[in-house]
Design a protein around this ligand. Structure first.
Ligand code: THU
Length: 163
């Protein structure tokens, strides 16, 4: 028997203004997208903005439904849209702004499990990390180096082909 360990290092910034300019812009786009979320059932609004290798920025926000499971998270709206509009163009970073619509949240919300898996699909396909930038509706910002850091032992296509 041998014991293995996962080690994840991420950066915590006190606010958006401490980020590099490009990350600041991306997070700003995510928080603007958040305003357009359709979240009448949870009142929890999320905005996401992905910057691609070709410089394009694609945004998304959560879209809810009276039949609850039919809704979709902001992160998947953004990365699926990136995949559809710019097939094969790598995603460099994904910024996420999340919080209740009724009171400000200082705590970043990390993507749900389904979104981690969906984002990881693209990271695995492109062979380059997708950086993740997280913020609540305000307050500290977390910078994670790769979505796989949030999904240890992630499932990917290589498992489908292994015997
Ligand atoms: N939500 C997201 O958009 N992203 C996440 O990673 C977590 C949750 C949305 C789904 C739903 O519309 C609302 O937030 C409450 O769960």
């Amino acid at each position: 028997m041998e014991e293995q360990q996962f080690n994840v290092t991420y950066k915590v910034y006190q606010g958006r203004n401490e980020l590099d300019r490009e990350d600041q812009v991306l997070l700003e786009k995510a928080s603007i997208a958040r305003e357009g979320a359709y979240a009448p059932y949870s009142n929890f609004k999320v905005g996401a903005a992905a910057i691609l290798e070709n410089g394009e920025i694609v945004v998304g926000s959560n879209q809810e439904n009276a039949s609850f499971p039919s809704g979709l998270c902001a992160e998947r709206v953004a990365v699926f849209q990136a995949g559809a509009r710019f097939p094969g163009v790598p995603i460099i970073s994904l910024a996420i702004s999340a919080g209740s619509d009724t009171e400000p949240s200082n705590e970043p919300a990390a993507p749900c499990g389904n979104c981690r898996q969906s984002i990881y699909e693209y990271e695995h396909k492109q062979g380059k990390p997708i950086r993740v930038i997280l913020q609540g509706s305000q307050g500290p910002v977390y910078l994670i180096n790769a979505i796989s850091d949030l999904l240890p032992l992630g499932f990917n296509s290589s498992q489908l082909n292994s015997q």
